[in-house]
Design a binder for this molecule. Structure first.
Ligand SMILES: Cc1cc2nc3c(=O)[nH]c(=O)nc-3n(C[C@H](O)[C@H](O)[C@H](O)COP(=O)(O)O)c2cc1C
Length: 210
């Protein structure tokens, strides 16, 4: 197993991708499997991921990403979305899937189900959206690390026009809304950001041990 700190030090937010170098299907599959393994509150997984490889589509989205070049030069653009239906359907779907995959009876999940329904019932619409978006940010963090482990470059991005993305990718009709994007691929040899030393606060400035 690779040293996790080496992987995390190797990665950086790539500003210039080598547009000729593509992520293999095998590695893309690993990244997507890694995405599905992200932890979420109650395991409700209120997310989807849209994989954009089509160059025309990437060029169009580039315009609505404040012309950040990573969008058009990356190998694949991952658009991380939250579900728009944050009703108790989230619970219904999860329980159905658990019953199907585990082969166990629905009543085995009764207290878990009730707890989730109670949790959701306490949130108004805005707090539900905020909760779902937080889960998507966890997926982003996980994907950054999965990519780094595979030595695949990426750039986490929240600076894009979400409304336009939703329109262009027809997300609304899929009951989705974009939250974050993650272009993945391989760094260009002359990406000057690759050599900038990583700045982080020291442990003493970040950690309180009690
Ligand atoms: C949630 C989030 C949103 C970000 N949005 C952008 C963005 O829109 N464009 C960009 O070039 N970098 C973006 N970044 C990259 C950060 O600037 C970068 O991760 C940070 O400076 C730390 O540097 P490092 O990732 O190279 O270690 C974003 C990072 C995160 C975590």
């Amino acid at each position: 197993m690779k040293n996790i700190l080496d992987c995390l030090n190797w990665r950086y937010a790539v500003k210039k991708f080598n547009s000729n170098k593509k992520v293999s299907n095998e590695n893309l599959e690993k990244i997507l499997q890694g995405f599905t393994l992200t932890a979420s509150s109650f395991n409700l997984q209120p997310w989807w991921i849209v994989v954009v490889e089509n160059q025309e589509l990437k060029d169009k989205l580039f315009e609505y990403s404040y012309y950040q070049e990573q969008i058009k030069d990356c190998s694949h653009l991952l658009v991380l979305c939250r579900k728009t239906d944050l009703s108790e359907k989230l619970v219904d779907d999860l329980i159905d899937s658990l019953v199907e995959k585990s082969g166990m009876k629905k009543n085995n999940f009764e207290s878990y189900e009730n707890m989730m329904r109670w949790f959701l019932s306490r949130l108004d619409d805005n707090r539900k959206i905020s909760w779902a978006e937080k889960q998507v940010y966890i997926a982003l963090g996980n994907l950054l690390d999965v990519c780094a482990c595979l030595e695949i470059d990426s750039c986490p991005m929240e600076w894009f026009d979400k409304q336009k993305y939703d329109e262009i990718l027809n997300l609304q009709e899929k009951w989705l809304s974009s939250v974050l994007v993650l272009p993945i691929g391989y760094r260009a040899e002359d990406d000057k950001y690759a050599t900038i030393p990583k700045h982080r606060y020291d442990l003493d400035d970040l950690v309180i041990k009690m």
